[in-house]
Design a protein around this ligand. Structure first.
Ligand code: IPE
Ligand code: IPE
Ligand code: MG
Length: 248
């Protein structure tokens, strides 16, 4: 199956009303949610965890195969150290508190992004959670951590250059599928629907390659307010799209 390319999906008769196989969400607006309540920004992040819980459950129930959540971008290091360390604490707290439940619900945990920048205890927690849930197949939850799409593409370019330099790959053999296979999302289904909350209409360096033919949905709802109804609205939007992939 072509992974970038839509023809394989067209062949599957994917133009009509379906549930997205792969849904990605840019979870934005935590800070504004808090500010609107005269609370510190981190209160918005804490509340955002509830939205993650709701969304993971609802996406699984809706039949989504892969849910990719943008939790920390490679640019988010520009935030104040106190906010960054709060976010790291929340991440480990989420894994500790949710792992049994996620595992029980058949969720497989994965990550994309460069984890080498994280503290060893955070990495160990993540690795253990991935290992424990590796055999689950109801929903794959991909958390994007220190992820940046440009860095991901640079990594793919570097891998291809290395293979070519070592004589294992002819430059002429490089095509879209070959590059796609070097991305961190290589073994995931193509991205169908990309949602961003909080009213911002930009991708902020998220899944740039993968979004080439994704349906895009922007909602003013702030992430901590995102609930099952909000997810259903996004899924209804998707179901109403006719995906043409350049055809008619
Ligand atoms: C998204 O909410 C969470 C992360 C980026 C970690 P923000 O913290 O960006 O909230 P706003 O955009 O400032 O409201
Ligand atoms: C994007 O949100 C990153 C995440 C949701 C993790 P940001 O709030 O960091 O994006 P910008 O700065 O508004 O583009
Ligand atoms: Mg933001």
């Amino acid at each position: 199956m072509s992974r970038t390319g839509a023809p394989a999906r067209l062949g599957e008769g994917d133009g009509g009303a379906t549930v997205p196989r792969h849904l990605a969400i840019i979870m934005d607006g935590n800070g504004r949610w808090a500010r609107g309540r005269s609370l510190p920004r981190v209160a918005g992040h804490r509340q955002g965890i509830e939205a993650v819980r709701r969304t993971v459950r609802a996406a699984g129930e809706a039949g989504v195969e892969v849910l990719t959540l943008y939790a920390f971008s490679s640019e988010n290091w520009r935030r104040p150290p106190a906010e960054i360390s709060y976010l790291m604490g929340l991440l480990t707290h989420y894994i500790d508190a949710e792992l049994d439940q996620l595992h029980g619900e058949g969720v497989r945990l994965r990550t994309i992004g460069d984890l080498s920048a994280f503290a060893p205890e955070v990495r160990d927690r993540i690795d253990a959670a991935k290992e424990r849930t590796a055999g689950n197949d109801r929903l794959t939850l991909v958390i994007a951590l220190n992820y940046g799409a440009r860095a991901e593409l640079v990594g793919a370019a570097r891998a291809l250059a290395r293979e070519a330099a070592e004589g294992r790959l002819a430059p002429e053999a490089i095509n879209e599928d070959v590059l796609d296979a070097r991305l961190e999302t290589a073994d995931l289904p193509p991205l169908d629907l990309l949602v961003r909350t909080s009213g911002e209409v930009r991708l902020s360096n998220f899944l740039l390659w993968q979004a080439a033919y994704a349906e895009l949905y922007f909602t003013p709802t702030l992430w901590p307010d995102f609930d099952e109804e909000a997810l259903q609205a996004a899924l209804a939007h998707y179901a109403g799209r006719q995906r043409r992939f350049g055809g008619l």
